[in-house]
Design a binder for this molecule. Structure first.
Ligand code: ATP
Ligand code: MG
Length: 343
């Protein structure tokens, strides 16, 4: 019996997630969450807290749990409607770990050792270079392929992992599906034109990360306005005084221009024209004002959402139930294709 084909969904499906490995940053917002919100009008959207990914680096259990509630509150505060979007925790849907095992057997060690994030993260965690850290992109492939996602809205840093997902999906389809009846939908990355790679404020040559060491390198979504302003005023800038977008020569200024473009909708050219010749201070002031303004509605909504833990649990249970229906159907299709005896 040939396996059932990947479903041809009515509307395109998207899936994305963020690991609760630190506090959400402006990079996570501009590169991911902000772009997730409008998609629910046109797409079947699934957004996760990827807790299984987060434990590739040691986490304090109490902090992790609190952070997961903080994350889901922030997802809601950023405008993700839990009815229009499937919001859930990765570990609540067992199919993620189960498909990941299958895909491990279709992924080469050489492919994983080429992943730049593994190289970066293992260099930073020399005492804990665990198999999960190495295998992370396979779990990510399982996350995406379980939902027949056609698109994955992520920042630029996830491009290489997405390419691996595509390669693994195509390899599995070639081995077990047919052209007419593929097992997996092969997804496309959806990388925003601006805000796809927000850089650190202290080191503008490395991306802003929630698991970074320096508090002042990142803006966190819950930073009070005066902290945001102080961090931006102290952001490292470049030699000279020209306000010009040039990532190589002027990484600090280019980053500030990207943040201003992504938070206000202005073009990089318009920002260059408006601020060149006025000194860096004026640009920094404008960026601070724009970021404070952009995060204000999120921060205003956050506290009430976070206080209602029972309400958050209802959202997560409902999301997991909806996610599981779809994920289990895909896993069944995969097991059938592999020749496993049906459960
Ligand atoms: P970690 O340091 O733990 O890896 P992170 O900040 O890189 O945390 P992830 O959970 O790995 O966050 O990624 C979540 C989403 O945020 C992904 O879509 C990723 O592409 C996006 N993202 C992360 N950092 C940035 C950034 N600096 N600029 C734009 N998008 C980003
Ligand atoms: Mg990351």
């Amino acid at each position: 019996m040939s396996p059932i084909a990947a479903s041809s969904a009515q509307c395109p499906v998207v899936l994305s997630g963020i690991q609760p490995s630190g506090r959400l940053t402006l990079g996570n917002y501009l590169g991911a969450i902000k772009n997730w919100v409008p998609l629910s009008d046109t797409h079947d959207c699934h957004y996760m807290l990827v807790d299984l990914h987060a434990i590739t680096v040691r986490q304090d259990p109490k902090v992790l749990r609190d952070r997961c509630f903080e994350f889901i509150s922030l997802y809601l505060a950023c405008g993700l409607d839990p009815v229009k979007n499937v919001l859930f925790v990765q570990s609540h849907v067992p199919a993620h770990a189960r498909l990941s095992w299958v895909l491990n057997c279709y992924t080469q060690m050489g492919e994983l050792s080429r992943m730049t994030q593994f190289k970066d993260k293992s260099a930073k965690n020399v005492d804990n270079i665990n198999a999960g850290l190495f295998d992370y992109p396979v779990l990510m492939a399982a996350d995406i392929l379980l939902y027949d996602a056609t698109g994955v809205p992520v920042g630029d840093d996830q491009k290489q992992h997405l390419e691996l997902t595509r390669d693994v999906a195509i390899r599995f389809n070639n081995a077990h599906g047919t052209k007419e009846k593929p097992i997996f939908v092969v997804p496309e990355p959806m990388i925003p034109p601006v805000g796809a790679r927000i850089m650190g404020l202290q080191d503008p040559t490395a991306k802003m990360s929630k698991s970074g060491d320096a508090e002042t390198d990142a803006i966190y979504l819950l930073d009070p306005p005066d902290t945001i302003t102080r961090k931006l005023k102290r952001a490292v800038t470049d030699l000279g005084s020209e306000v010009r977008f040039d990532i190589k020569e002027k990484p600090g200024i280019s980053n500030l221009m990207s943040i201003l473009a992504a938070t206000t909708g202005q073009s990089i050219d318009a920002i260059g024209a408006a601020y060149n010749g006025q000194g860096y201070g004026k640009l920094k002031g404008a960026v601070a004002e724009a970021v404070v303004e952009c995060l204000k509605p999120v921060q205003e909504r956050y506290q009430a959402l976070r206080a209602d833990e029972a309400g958050l649990m209802r959202v997560l249970r409902d999301g997991a139930a909806r996610a599981q229906l779809k994920a289990d159907a895909t896993l069944k299709r995969v097991h059938e294709a592999l020749g496993f005896i049906p459960e």
